[in-house]
Design a protein around this ligand. Structure first.
Ligand code: SAJ
Length: 446
């Protein structure tokens, strides 16, 4: 009796053939968006053996990369050099190139505009990919976004060209975890969460990332993967807000915040130390949780209260820090108005040349509004022109430090010689306790 032909799910066959191609290194990859996320994953794919094309709107960036010049801040130079040397990494401005790709990654920015997610870049990339997409392609979104984006926003755009996601098109989401400047893990050492529209989609995406990283963690849906990323960064936002509010409580009671945190951190389980600072900057931590509360309000009508409260606490840290600086000056009989204040470090965190959402600049804006005489130095920044603060970098000299009524160490870059600064400063406001010298009468901390 002939066995009835088992009708296989076309997507299962598709997934299997894509997995085979990935494992045989015959799969080709296209990465839309060559910022630090897209270029990092494009280089990792080429280094792993897959012919990869990076697609970007910026012709200057494409020309430089095609010439082997690593021009994207935050990308590991060694990773790029290794990948480029394989001859498998190319670059183009032409989205039509996705037609030749078995795997298409979308790694474009998802900023907030007036606290609302701006998905224009995802929509633009999705429309372009959908136009050129060929049957059997695996599309993976990496951009940080709110749960539901992959299925509700990207999927229709990809299907506009006649494809059907989950049948002749595989679709998944995998949150990027590129950490500029963090050399502790490298690209392969950071586990990847992967969630597909259907199990075959998840299987194919997991096989792809399995060639790039040591550990892949599959989840049951795109939404679970989208939300995992937001949880990771909301966890940071909330815990930073906790210690920022704790710092204010400690200051009111004459308790040493840093001593308290260090004491709590001796607990070998159940506690992770976070530290107070002038505020929370960068383009991840202040923004990612906002997707959560925006989507929660839109889809459930309920706010994500903890996120909103944490954001409120963190957002007032620049003004709180400015007031603490004023108090430190007043204690020494110096008025803020007319005080010569030298700010050291204005980027959003140490040793990263990025001023996006920088709290340090917001602190300067408050001091400027009180008519302090400001100057600044930062090894990564030559000029400031935002929040009403317009300054050019000064050369950091002993005279400049000694001449200041107060030195404001807002972002303690590793290049700063803290011993010298402490010796030369009549008052050093060490906003992040970088010197660890809180008992020094000329040093104040948050
Ligand atoms: N901050 C504090 N106190 C802290 C930690 C951070 O005030 O205890 C401030 C920083 O000064 C900065 C802001 O918060 O202004 C964000 O700092 P961050 O260390 O979270 O650095 P980011 O924004 O570069 O976050 C990235 C994230 N990486 C990805 O999303 C892939 C985050 O998940 C990482 O944990 C973080 O880097 C990291 O650990 O470096």
């Amino acid at each position: 009796m002939p066995q009835p032909r088992r009708r296989t799910d076309p997507a299962v066959d598709l997934s299997r053939s894509l997995v085979d191609a990935v494992e045989a290194n015959s799969a080709t990859v296209a990465v839309i968006g060559q910022g630090y996320v897209g270029l990092s994953v494009a280089a990792a794919a080429a280094r792993a053996g897959m012919r990869t094309i990076g697609v970007d709107l910026n012709p200057e960036r494409v020309a430089a990369l095609a010439d082997g010049r690593q021009v994207v801040p935050g990308v590991d130079d060694d990773l790029f050099a290794e990948a480029f040397a394989t001859g498998r990494l190319g670059f183009t401005t032409d989205p039509a190139m996705v037609a030749d790709a078995d795997v298409v990654l979308i790694c474009v920015p998802t900023p907030l505009i007036d606290s609302r997610p701006d998905l224009a870049a995802i929509e633009g990339a999705g429309a372009a990919v959908g136009h050129y997409l060929t049957p059997g392609t695996l599309v993976i979104l990496e951009s940080t976004t709110y749960p539901g984006t992959t299925e509700q926003v990207l999927r229709p755009l990809l299907e506009a060209g006649g494809r059907v996601a989950g049948e002749d098109l595989l679709l998944a989401y995998s949150p990027e975890r590129i950490n500029p400047g963090d050399h502790a893990h490298g690209f392969a050492g950071v586990p990847r969460v992967v969630g597909g529209l259907t199990p075959p989609c998840t299987e194919a995406a997991a096989a792809f990332y399995g060639r790039l990283v040591d550990v892949v963690h599959p989840v049951s849906s795109c939404r679970a993967a989208e939300l995992a990323k937001l949880l990771e960064n909301t966890y940071r936002l909330v815990n930073i807000a906790l210690v920022n509010e704790m710092a204010q409580l400690c200051a009111d009671q004459g308790i040493d915040t840093w001593e308290v945190i260090d004491a709590a951190a001796t607990k070998p389980f159940g506690f992770q130390a976070f530290y107070p600072g002038p505020g929370v900057g960068g383009h991840c931590i202040p923004l990612d949780p906002a997707y959560l509360t925006w989507q929660s309000r839109r889809d459930t009508g309920r706010p994500f209260r903890l996120v909103e409260l944490a954001k409120d606490i963190n957002d007032q840290m620049p003004s709180y820090t400015a007031r603490r600086i004023m108090d430190s000056l007043n204690k020494r009989g110096v008025a803020v108005k007319g005080a010569k204040l030298l700010a050291l470090g204005v980027t959003y965190k140490p040793d990263v040349g990025d001023v996006r959402e920088s709290a340090a600049i917001q602190v300067l804006a408050h001091l400027s509004s009180w008519e302090a005489k400001l100057s600044f130095h930062d090894p990564f920044v030559t000029a400031i022109d935002e929040h009403g603060v317009k300054l050019r970098r000064r050369r950091l000299t002993e005279d400049l430090v000694r001449d200041a009524d107060a030195v404001l160490l807002l972002t303690p870059h590793a290049t700063y010689d803290l011993e010298e600064l402490a010796a030369w400063s009549s008052l050093l406001f060490d906003a992040r306790n970088a010197t660890g010298r809180r008992d020094d009468p000329n040093i104040e901390v948050l």
